[in-house]
Every structure is written in structure tokens, then in C-alpha cells.
Design a protein around this ligand. Sequence first.
Ligand code: FAD
Length: 412
Amino acid sequence: MSLLPARVDVVVVGAGVAGLAAARHLHAKSFSVAVLEAQDDVGGRVRTDVVEGFRLDRGFQILLTSYPELRRQVDLDALDVHAFDPGALVMYRNRSYVVGDPFRAPRTFVSTLRAPIGTPLDKMRIALLRSRTLRGDARELLSGSDLPTIVALRRAGFSQKVINRFFRPLFGGIQLDPSLTTSRRMFDIIFRSLSAGESGIPRLGMGALPRQMADRLPGLVHLNTRVANVEGRAVTTADGRRIECRAVIVAAELPAARSLVSLPERASRRAGAVYFAATRAPTAEKLVVLDGSGKGPVLNAAVLSNVAPSYAPAGQHLVVAAMPDVVEGDLESMARDQMRTWWGSQVDAWRHLRTYRIEHAGVEQRPPFSPKRNLAFGNGVFVCGDHRDTGSLQGAMFSGRRCGELVAGALA
Ligand SMILES: Cc1cc2nc3c(=O)[nH]c(=O)nc-3n(C[C@H](O)[C@H](O)[C@H](O)COP(=O)(O)OP(=O)(O)OC[C@H]3O[C@@H](n4cnc5c(N)ncnc54)[C@H](O)[C@@H]3O)c2cc1C
């Protein structure tokens, strides 16, 4: 049990990327800070377990290097981000098709034209969507009329075929929303982020990101310290210790934050992920693999060791199967059954490493969706986290920094 200070300027509840971003801002401005984290390590939803030498992120996650807050708050070079190739490998009826971003991977132009993911008009519309979302300021994409993504895609003229074979597995996978009911605004933002930069994974796993952030808060993060009560200018831990402060920042995930501060309820997005060890990679591509049937339960997958060899011991491979909204039942069998239709009986020889069932992966972001929610709740209490902005690393880190700035201003 770490020794807690009796009094600090600011207590931050939660050492996910939002809490760490807030704490770092305040620490840099010379305020005294204590970060109290309930779990045994920093990172919250961004953690990596090392199992038999394999690096297992808690759920299939990627860094989109175009996220402005990543560029601003993190040393991406030190993370040694290994990039996926732009595009995807679409599995459809026992065959695979490379669908690339011809603007960044011209070699994929012909295969993309030939891939049975939609009509030629669909492919032209994807190119138009790309140029529309890349044009101008990201804030413009977050304004204007809002609709469920599926409705917006249909209104834009996309066929059901391309929705099922491309948009559902890709964006349903990223947004953990197979029904594509998430706000069109968020869809546009993700589409822009995918087109503008690289998607990758750090050499040491996604958990290296919060670890790097925490390294700049030496001695200020207290692990295994759950906060039970927030009362104005003091917090009490679950084991009865009390810290007096001038402000409290609640940076817990929404269901936990609601037990400390009065916040409206929002439905959770859930996610399952199954990891397998393979002696032979089922594909040599460094691409995200998409379920072209659009039916799941595995909507996307990847051979992570093709992208970052450090994710597996030498001579072995790591396969992840991502199952948005699936956390119940025998996920391992479901994943094997589906991937056997893609890659045949080699899948039966894969060794199951671990299954993750994440009940709260994020909050629903239905239209009309506006990020940048209020962070100040009066009496010295502030709240940040992905539920106060967009449901992403970008949103969590941005809300954390914004909250740190707000508190610094209030205490100055
Ligand atoms: C499976 C999955 C895939 C994802 N994929 C992506 C992706 O590809 N790209 C992307 O940008 N984003 C992705 N995300 C979303 C992203 O991970 C989150 O938006 C972000 O990590 C949220 O950070 P946070 O700091 O707001 O919350 P959290 O990470 O949840 O941190 C909250 C912290 O508060 C702590 N806490 C809670 N209650 C207490 C208490 N009472 N006392 C002390 N501590 C407490 C928790 O233990 C936790 O450490 C994904 C998420 C999941 C789960």
C-alpha cells in the first residue's frame, strides 16, 4: 500500500489516458497532484498482458497516428509504432481480397477495383468520401445534421453490398458497433483519421502508451487505491484514507464515475477479443482482416506479429479475433468456427492464449452527437474521460488535457 499525501492541490481519480493527461498538465504547471488508481497498473482500458512471451492488448486496439492529441502529448518515436499497411484484407466466400487505399498504396489499385465488395459506383463514392472528410477542419465534420451511420451511408447512395462487406466490418469493428447506429459525425472523423495517418501498434503493446505518460509523473500515481467517495474538496479511499485538496478530477470510466459524481447514464459498448498462437501465419499481409459477410461474430482480425514481430516470441505468430458486442458464450469456438471458413483446418492447430470480455469498452455515441461536454461540476469537482468527448484515445486525452487546463485556471 503506497503512502498517500494528506493534502495536495489536485486529486485525480483514475490513471487511464484521460486522468494521466490531466495530471501531467497540472504537474507541468507546478501544482501538487496525486493520481489514485483502483487497478494494479496504469492504463485503464489500454493495457497489455504478456502471456508466454506474447503481447496481448486488452481488446484489439490501434493507434491512429493522425490523432492530434497523440502527436501533442506522446513521443510516438519512443513508442516505436509499427504501422499496418493502408487498406484491408476482405474475406469473402473462402477467398481474400486486398482492398487498399490507392492514394497511399497504388499497388493495390487493381485488386481494389476487382474486389467484390461493391459496385464500381460504390468504390467511386468511397474515394469521394475520402476527399470530403480530408477537406477542411475536423470540427466541421462534427457539426451539421447528424444521422445514424447506416442511414447516412444509404442516403449517400452506398449499396447494401458495400455496407455489409466493407463498412460494417471496418467501422462496426472500430466503433464496436456492428449495427452502425453510431453518429455520422463520428464515422466521418474516423474515416478522416484513417485516411490522414497511419494505423499501428507500439512495439511493446498498446499499454506502452499510458506507461510513457505515467513515467512523467514520478511517484505521483498510487496503484491499488480505489476512491470510494468524492466530497467537494476531499476524497476518501475504499480503505478509509482521506486526502484534502483544492480540486478533484474524476477520470474514471462512465459507470464508475457515476458512483462518485451525479452524471446521466449512457449505454455501454461491449467487446470480445480472442488471441491465438500460431506456428504459421495464415496470411503474410500486414493488413486488418475484415469479415466480408458482415455477419460476424468476428468482424475483424489481424496477424499482429506480421505488423509488430515483438508481439510474439521468435518463430511464432499472434492472431487476434475481434468480436464487437460479443461477450457471452464460447468466444474461442465462435472465433475458430468463423476463421476456419477463411483459412481452413490450420485454425484447429492454433493454441488459445486468452479471451477478453469487456463489458464497458466505451459509451454509445448516437446522433445527435456532440463531443466536448461540460467538465466542471461545481464545488471543486471536475470530470474528464472519453465519455466527456469522443469515445477514443484522442477524445480521452483531449478531455484530460482540457480538464487540466480548466483546473489550472480555476486554481491560479
Ligand atoms: C476493446 C477496445 C478497443 C478500442 N479500440 C480503440 C482504438 O482502436 N482506438 C482508439 O482511439 N480507442 C479505442 N478504444 C477506446 C479507448 O481505449 C478509450 O476511449 C480510452 O482508453 C478511455 O480512456 P479513459 O482514460 O477515459 O478511461 P479508462 O481507460 O477507462 O480509465 C479510467 C480509469 O479509472 C480507474 N477507476 C475507475 N474507478 C475508480 C475509482 N473509484 N478509484 C480509482 N480509480 C478508478 C479505472 O481503473 C481506470 O484505470 C477501445 C477500447 C476498447 C475497450
